[in-house]
Design a protein around this ligand. Structure first.
Ligand code: GLC
Length: 533
């Protein structure tokens, strides 16, 4: 593969998240698979993305949609085989697309061989690789802590001794099927460094690191107390692990480590991006930001300042497989996102959400750094809020009353009714019939479609020198409007006010997100401009 910018592709790449279960199904079982991705690489080439990140595809009992990994060195039969994964990596490279795999270091599946051994025999050495602990209370029948899990719910499950008596408890920050690993143990560290090499040796260009800030736990198991050091969020020891991972990655050319770091304190977040740690991390501050000019501007400034301080590229993320799709978020009265504030079922204006999502695409594709596109956002898909409870699969639903299934619905490719070319049978989650207008087929060649907007924007981004450096300056555009310059000749203007606004002086219009009214930019719209020099 020829790369015009060797050595730093991850700094300004457009990275597309493939959710394998829901991308394309090649064998007619209703679940997407690797051959489905291979067959649809043409869509990704036409879109123009630089890289794809695959959510976990390893053998898994699927208690958490594959984030419960039983074996990091193989592929779940539902998705294919290791040989097929290798073929995909090679075919993507041949098409000029890099690949990123998802590694989950905080926990494994309860079906992982280590945990099975640990559970079978309390004296097994594998016991030390997890967090087994006696219970509190006279008979040890109270959990060791009252920690609340990351999905809500409790964090300990009691084991049964081989003689049938109640035994120790084990820790799981997510579901009981996801026991937490003990990162104080050298075997755990060595294992994951080896897993990284396993995938780097197979040619993958990057690793997405799941729940990257949770690895270490305070051995004293203190309670969570507001204002005090958290017992399992962002413990300082984690940085030593990522320094070691960085050394592993530097044994290969051009490999990137990208962290999933949910962290309200931006300085603590930036610690993960110091020059000897991760290359990049997802910007959830931006994802959760309200559709509001002042808040958006403050978020962008905060992001750029924090990344500049450590020399890391910012990332711009609007959606992923965990959060409500942004067409839906931006169509609500409350446009923020947080797991704590469940807005499911509140009124949504999809037309408004779509209009804003188009503008947000031009924003996220023109800020300095890398941009992430979650599969289906290029089609303008909205959250399916009508999945019957009995078809929901997400373990979060039972704990929080919010299901992430609504953003994980299989893609519509073609045709007038479900399964829209995704499969030949009923998909694992139902697709809204209204998506007949959102298929790849229906949108291709329609200049007003979301898909053509993404294709044009990504192509224009590639060709635009101003979008590939760190240069960024705000332009004065009045209240409710964000405007910035990238390089001497490129500007983006985003109107978040309720009135149409006059465009700043420019030489030509490169790309608008909605129809301009003469030289006026309508509300909830963005435009890319060529400036006069
Ligand atoms: C991350 C993943 C999410 C998963 C969780 C536990 O947040 O993105 O989907 O449920 O980690 O692995």
């Amino acid at each position: 593969m020829t790369d015009p910018r060797p050595g730093s592709w991850w700094r300004d790449a457009v990275i597309y998240q493939v959710y394998p279960r829901s991308f394309a199904d090649s064998d007619g079982d209703g679940v997407g698979d690797i051959d489905g991705i291979r067959a649809r690489l043409g869509h990704l080439s036409a879109l123009g993305v630089d890289a794809i990140w695959m959510s976990p595809w390893y053998p898994s009992p699927m208690a958490d949609a594959g984030y419960d990994v039983a074996d990091f060195r193989d592929i779940d039969p539902a998705f294919g085989t290791l040989a097929k994964a290798e073929a995909l990596i090679a075919e993507a490279h041949a098409a000029g697309i890099r690949t990123i795999v998802d590694i989950v270091p905080n926990h494994v599946s309860s079906e992982h061989v280590w945990f099975k051994k640990a559970l079978a025999d309390p004296r097994a050495p594998e016991r030390e690789l997890f967090w087994f602990h006696p219970g509190r209370g006279e008979n040890g029948d109270e959990m060791p802590t009252d920690w609340v899990g990351e999905f809500g719910g409790t964090t300990w499950t009691r084991t049964t001794n081989p003689d049938g008596t109640p035994g120790d408890w084990y820790l799981h920050l997510f579901t009981p099927e996801q026991p937490d690993l003990n990162w104080d143990h050298p075997r755990v560290r060595a294992e994951f460094e080896d897993i990284l090499r396993f995938w780097f040796d197979r040619g993958v260009d990057g690793i997405r690191i799941d729940s990257a800030a949770l690895l270490f736990k305070d051995r004293a198991l203190p309670p969570v107390v507001e204002g005090e050091r958290h017992p399992f969020h962002d413990l300082d020891e984690v940085h030593e692990v990522y320094r070691a991972w960085r050394r592993v990655s530097e044994g290969y050319p051009d490999r990137a480590l990208i962290g999933e770091v949910w962290m309200p304190e931006v300085e603590r977040f930036a610690n993960y991006l110091r020059p000897d740690e991760l290359h990049a991390a997802f910007n959830f501050d931006f994802l959760g930001c309200a559709w509001d000019a002042a808040l958006m501007r403050a978020c962008i400034d905060r992001t750029l300042d924090a990344h500049r301080a450590v020399g890391a590229p910012a990332t711009w993320v609007l959606s992923n497989h965990d959060v409500t799709r942004h067409v839906t978020r931006y169509g609500r009265t409350t446009t923020t996102f947080s797991f704590e504030n469940n807005l499911d079922g509140t009124p949504v204006d999809l037309e408004l959400g779509t209009r804003r999502a188009r503008a947000a695409a031009l924003l996220s594709l023109s800020l300095p750094g890398a941009t992430y596109v979650y599969q289906g956002e290029e089609l303008g898909l909205w959250e399916n809020e009508n999945i019957p409870v009995e078809r929901m699969q997400d373990p979060m639903y039972a704990r929080r009353g919010h299901s992430r299934d609504g953003c994980r619905v299989p893609l519509p490719w073609s045709g007038d009714e479900p399964p829209f070319g995704f499969s030949t049978t009923q998909p694992w989650l139902p697709q809204p019939p209204e998506w007949k207008d959102r298929t790849v087929q229906a949108q291709t060649g329609d200049p007003s479609s979301m898909l053509e907007l993404y294709r044009s924007a990504i192509a224009a981004r590639k060709a635009e020198p101003g979008l590939h450096g760190p240069d960024f300056a705000w332009l004065d555009a009045g209240a409710g409007v964000l405007a910035y310059r990238r390089g001497p000749q490129f500007a983006c203007v985003l109107n978040l006010s309720p009135e149409a606004v006059e465009l700043p002086a420019h030489q030509s219009v490169l790309l608008p997100s909605s129809q301009l009214e003469g030289t006026l930019l309508p509300p909830d719209s963005a435009v890319w401009l060529r400036l006069a020099t």
